[in-house]
Design a protein around this ligand. Sequence first.
Ligand SMILES: [Fe+2]
Length: 336
Amino acid sequence: MAKITLGICTTHGPILNTTPEEWMLRVPHDHKVKHWFRNKEYTFSELAELRKHENFPAQITLEERTRRHADCQHGVAKLAEIWQREKPDVAVIMGNDQRELILDSMQPAFTIYHGDTFWQKPLDADKASRLSVGIKESEWAYRPHDPVVWPGLPELAALAFEMAEDAGFDFAASKSWPDMGAHHHIGTPHAFSWVIRRVMGDQPVPILPIITNTFFPPNQPTSRRCYDMGRFFGKVIKHWKQDVKVAVFGSGGLTHFTIDENFDQSLMQALIQRDEKFLCSVPQTTLMQGTSEIRNWIAAAGTLAETELDGSVIDYVPCYRTEAGTGTAQGFMVWR
Ligand SMILES: [Fe+2]
C-alpha cells in the first residue's frame, strides 16, 4: 500500500532565485500598489507609517540582505539534501496558478492534473521580454534551458476522481496544459516547476499536481476547504494499492508582499502541532495577494494530518526590501 513518508512545505518565489541586489528591483512596484496587512488594505506610505516602530531600514541594508539571502540558499539546499536522502517514489504537490494556465475565462477552485506527462520549456524572447522586472531575473529557477517532459501520476488522479464523488469534492480535470497563445506564460506553473528544478534537482519522480486558485476572487477556497481537500488526498493515498513511498508538498507563501512575522510563526507552530482549529480558521482577508499561497501549506497539512510524521522548521527568513516591511517571508519545513 502507498505510504506518505515525507512532507515538505516550502516557499518558491523570486527572492530565492535572485541576488540581494536584485531583490530591490521590485521596490518601485511596492510603492505603486496597495498592500494587505492584518486584514486591511493600505497604501505604501500608510503602511510605512503604521510600521515605522519595527525599524525596517536596519533590515534592508545590503549586508543584512546578503545574510538573509545566504540563509535562504541554505534552506533550499537542505530541502534538496532531504529529498535526495529520503528518495520518495512519487510526489503530490499542492500548488497554485498565478494567471499562468488559468485565465478568468474559466477559473476552477481546485484542479487535478491527470495527464501522463506535463511539459516545460523556455519562454520565447518576446514573452520573456514582457515579464516584470525582478521576475525576469528569476526565471532560471522555473524553466530549464531546453524543453522537458515530466512524468504525471494519472493512476492516483483516477483514484482521486473516483473517491471524490463520495467525499463531496468536484474537482476540475486538466489533461494537458492549455495553449496560451499570446499570453505571457506557457507550460508548468511556477509553484510546481520550482519544486522540480530546485528541490528535485531536475530529476522528478512522477508527480500529481493539485492546482488551487489561491489568488483570484471570487472563488478562492477557504482555509477550512483547503485543509479538508488536503485531508481527502491523505485518504486517497491510503487507499492506493501501490507499494510506493509518497512525498507531499505545500508550495508557496509565506506572508507577502507585506511580511507579518507573528502570523508566519503562529502558522508554523500550528503546522507542527497539527492545530486544525488554527489552520482552518485563517480568514480569507489574511490569505490575500502572495500570502494567499499559504492555502497550499494548509492543504498539505491536511494530507499529512493522519500520518505519524513529525514536522519541524528548517528555517524562517523574513526578506524585507522596504521601510514599510514589504518583501517576502521565506520558510522551509519538513515532516519525517
Ligand atoms: Fe508563487
